[in-house]
Design a binder for this molecule. Sequence first.
Ligand SMILES: [Fe+2]
Ligand SMILES: [Fe+2]
Length: 171
Amino acid sequence: MLKKTMQDALNAQMNAEIYSAYLYVSMSAYFESLNLKGFASWMRVQAQEEMMHAMKFYDYILERGGRVMMAAIDAPPTDWDSPLAVFTNTYEHEQKVTALIHTLVDLAVKEKDHATSNFLQWFVGEQVEEESSADAIVQQMKLAGEAPHALFMLDKEYGQRIFQPPTSSKE
Ligand SMILES: [Fe+2]
Ligand SMILES: [Fe+2]
């Protein structure tokens, strides 16, 4: 059985993952408005991944006999100054999420909740990937600079990303 403090913290992280999905859908819509279909598609896939993260928390809370509680989701920004600003925001956002995950691990350790600590390790690894992929795009966009054809090439390349659904929600 989950302790109340742990259950509240896991519900809060589920909310943060849904906010991430919401943020990336908003970024996708911004790219659509610029007719950068590849980046729009990348962001859509990113949003799907975040919903999958949220559902991992959902399933885990249930599996431990806890109570899932949905809360209000903050409104994300709707506009950015440039495509580079969007990916800089993405990178910064992922760093914030990493800090949230690490705080959750600290709480699980403090509460001696080893099962939750083990569950969270998947997210520790996932955040390393999330930060590194966002940072890579920021660096490539900086190299592309003001050259429109370089931006279009990146748009095409990133448009190839596809969502890989987990074979089970527990994975
Ligand atoms: Fe996430
Ligand atoms: Fe993420």
